[in-house]
Each structure stands twice: as structure tokens, then as C-alpha cells.
Design a protein around this ligand. Structure first.
Ligand SMILES: Nc1ncnc2c1ncn2[C@@H]1O[C@H](COP(=O)(O)OP(=O)(O)OP(=O)(O)O)[C@@H](O)[C@H]1O
Ligand SMILES: [Mg+2]
Length: 360
């Protein structure tokens, strides 16, 4: 039997395109550790740009197919899927003097309207990404109505201070910080704009995060001082807009989209929450209207990241301090949430690749 050379494997894999980044895996530097044993069994590693890649299985299968069909005599093919999260830094928008240096990507979860499920999505996004192996932090930037302490069951916990910096709390594999850990929320309610801005800056500058792949900011509703301060203080990888399908919520999405556009923040896409209620017989009741979020995303020229149904368990998970996707990992609602979360990670990778391209 003719011996197989690693170069043949590389050549075969150079025909496999990353569907998002539109280049082949070899050019993207994603292939390493190519090995061939005496029985012509082949193994290699594919390093993706996020462990939360929704296309992981598809890419793996394409690699196997490419080697099978192009390398004669190849035996068993073993593919190890690994990842190294890309960073929003290194492109011309990124100001290296800005804080949060050990953080590869900062994602804002925002909405035009209150009560649409930003905090719920931010929490379940953080947990989903952490579950895939990413290092994740979550900041509750809703100074006026912090909800992360309740949603993580940490209402009476206080963070430690070291060298005048706050040490984030850690639960369910996520590093956490919230104004709710520090002060009585009633005190924050009387803060005016400039006070809120300086509080958010302190929050960014004086928290000792460990290295993070993704830091998620759960924002208050609207387009006010906190959103603007955040966008001007850190380099955001992008913003996710959460909406419900009603017209009133959708009207406010456009405002949020134009604010982020003005602030030069990439829009990762729109998540529609409370999209429908699934009846026991499996039919869906579109209580607040049908596909509004998707139509709006198209009209605004931003990606649609997914629909999340109304589910009593989601509300209960928020109130009880155990995030829903942890308690019900395999339910249809969890599948929907995880899909939207992985789409967020995917859009971040695409944004980062675009920046690298513009750099070179
Ligand atoms: N898909 C869902 N199914 C059922 N209940 C939900 C769902 N999403 C959110 N909720 C509930 O709706 C309420 C509002 O959600 P949440 O606090 O996440 O919204 P928000 O946009 O962060 O609000 P705010 O603007 O006040 O910050 C909460 O009680 C939450 O548990
Ligand atoms: Mg909230």
C-alpha cells in the first residue's frame, strides 16, 4: 500500500471552506497536528474561532469527506475539534489604551424597550457559551434595576476587594459583577445621567476579570447614558438586540439599531423573545404576532439570530436563581436559546475575521 504523506492531507483539507469565513481551513491556519500511522489511519486537529460554533459538526464532516474522497488509501480518519476564540482587538477600531485588556470580546445585550428578556437572554447566553468551554464573564450594567444577583441566586453575596479592585463572583462557570452586589438598588434609582456614566466607568475600570473570551454586558432598556458611555469606554465586538414580536417593541428596536450604528458598534443581530407559546398538542400560538423580529432584522439589514418561545420554566428559572438552560438542558426552549447563543458567537467570529481582513 502506498504511504500517505501529510502534504496530501493538507491538500485535501485545503478544499474545505469555512462556510462563514469563506476561506479554506488551511489558509485560515485552522489545521494542525496531522498524523498518519503505519496502517494509514489519519488524525488531525481543526481549530475553530469559537467553541460555540454552530457549524462544528458540519465542518468536521466536510473534513472527513475531503480526506476520504481525495486521499487514496486513507484508513480511519480521526478529527479533533478544538478552538481558540478570536478577539475584536487588533483591528483599526480597537483602541489598545482602552480598559479590559485581558478580555477578547465584549458583547452588549440591549433593547429599545424594557422587559423584553435582555437579562434572561444575557444569563442563558453566558451559561451556554461557558458550557462549550469558553471563558465567560457577565456584567449587569442595569444600574437602575439590577437582576443578575437574583437570576444567579446570589442576592446577599458581596464581592471581595483586592488592591482596590473588585473581584468578580463566580457561579455556574461564569464570572459575575453587578451593581446589585454592591449597593441597595433603591439608592441607584435616584442617580442621574452623569452619575450613572461615572458608575459604569468605575465598573469597567475597577473590576479584576480573569482572562475572558466573552464578556457580556446586560444593559438597561433604551438608548441612554449607560449605553453611550459603554460604547465610548470599551471596544465592543458588537451588540445583540433583544425584542418581542409586538409592534411597540419592534418600533423601539429601530431606535436601538440606529444608536449603535451612530456609535460605530457592529450589530451582531436580533433575537426575538417570547415569540410563541407551544400548546400541549405541539401547535404554536403566536400570542404577540408572527415573525415580527425576523422581518424587522431584514428591514434593518442585520442578522436574525433566533426565536425563543414563552415558557413558564424560563421565568421560574430567572426567579429561582438557576438559569433555565442548566435546569432543562434538552427542552425545545433550551435548544432555541442555545441556537441563538451560538449564533451570537458565530457573528462575533465573523466580525473579528472581517476586521482582520480590513487590517491586512
Ligand atoms: N421566554 C420567556 N418565557 C417566559 N418568561 C420570560 C421569557 N423571557 C423572559 N421572561 C420573563 O419576563 C420577565 C422580564 O424578563 P427580563 O428581566 O429578562 O427582561 P429585561 O429586558 O431584562 O427587563 P428590563 O428592561 O427591566 O431590564 C422576567 O420575569 C422573565 O423571567
Ligand atoms: Mg434586565
Amino acid at each position: 500500500m502506498a504511504l500517505i504523506e501529510p502534504s496530501q492531507i493538507i491538500e485535501a483539507l485545503s478544499t474545505v471552506l469555512d462556510p462563514d469565513l469563506k476561506k479554506d481551513l488551511v489558509t485560515l491556519g485552522m489545521i494542525s497536528d496531522v498524523q498518519i500511522d503505519e496502517e494509514s489511519n489519519v488524525s488531525f486537529t481543526v481549530e475553530l474561532t469559537t467553541p460555540a460554533c454552530p457549524l462544528k459538526e458540519q465542518i468536521k464532516q466536510s473534513c472527513i469527506e475531503a480526506v476520504k474522497s481525495r486521499v487514496e488509501g486513507a484508513g480511519k480518519i480521526e478529527v479533533t475539534m478544538s478552538s481558540k476564540v478570536t478577539s475584536s482587538c487588533g483591528h483599526h477600531h480597537c483602541n489598545h489604551d482602552r480598559p479590559l485588556k485581558g478580555v477578547k470580546n465584549i458583547i452588549a445585550v440591549a433593547s429599545g424597550k424594557g422587559g423584553v428578556g435582555k437579562s434572561t437572554f444575557a444569563v442563558n447566553l453566558a451559561i451556554t457559551l461557558a458550557k462549550t468551554g469558553a471563558k465567560v464573564g457577565l456584567i449587569d450594567a442595569d444600574l437602575y434595576g439590577p437582576s443578575i444577583p437574583t437570576m444567579f441566586g446570589l442576592k446577599d453575596t458581596k464581592p471581595e476587594v483586592a488592591d482596590k479592585n473588585l473581584i468578580p463572583l463566580e457561579k455556574f462557570g461564569v464570572q459575575l459583577m453587578s451593581i446589585g452586589f454592591l449597593i441597595d438598588p433603591d439608592t441607584a434609582l435616584i442617580w442621574r445621567g452623569p452619575m450613572a456614566s461615572s458608575a459604569i466607568k468605575q465598573f469597567i475600570n475597577e473590576v479584576e476579570w480573569k482572562e475572558l473570551d466573552y464578556l457580556i454586558f446586560d444593559l438597561p432598556p433604551g438608548t441612554g447614558d449607560i449605553q453611550i458611555t459603554l460604547a465610548q469606554t470599551v471596544t465592543l465586538s458588537g451588540a445583540v438586540i433583544v425584542t418581542t414580536p409586538q409592534d411597540v417593541a419592534l418600533a423601539d428596536v429601530s431606535k436601538a439599531v440606529s444608536m449603535f450604528r451612530k456609535l460605530n458598534v457592529p450589530l451582531l443581530g436580533v433575537v426575538e423573545n417570547m415569540s410563541y407559546y407551544e400548546l400541549p398538542d405541539g401547535t404554536r400560538d403566536y400570542i404577540f404576532g408572527h415573525h415580527g423580529g425576523e422581518i424587522l432584522a431584514k428591514a434593518q439589514g442585520v442578522a436574525f439570530l433566533g426565536s425563543i418561545p414563552i415558557d413558564r420554566g424560563v421565568r421560574e428559572g430567572g426567579d429561582s436563581g438557576t438559569p433555565y438552560v442548566l435546569d432543562h438542558p434538552d427542552s425545545a426552549t433550551s435548544v432555541a436559546i442555545k441556537h441563538a447563543a451560538m449564533e451570537v458567537a458565530r457573528r462575533v467570529s465573523i466580525e473579528n475575521a472581517g476586521h482582520e481582513e480590513r487590517e491586512s
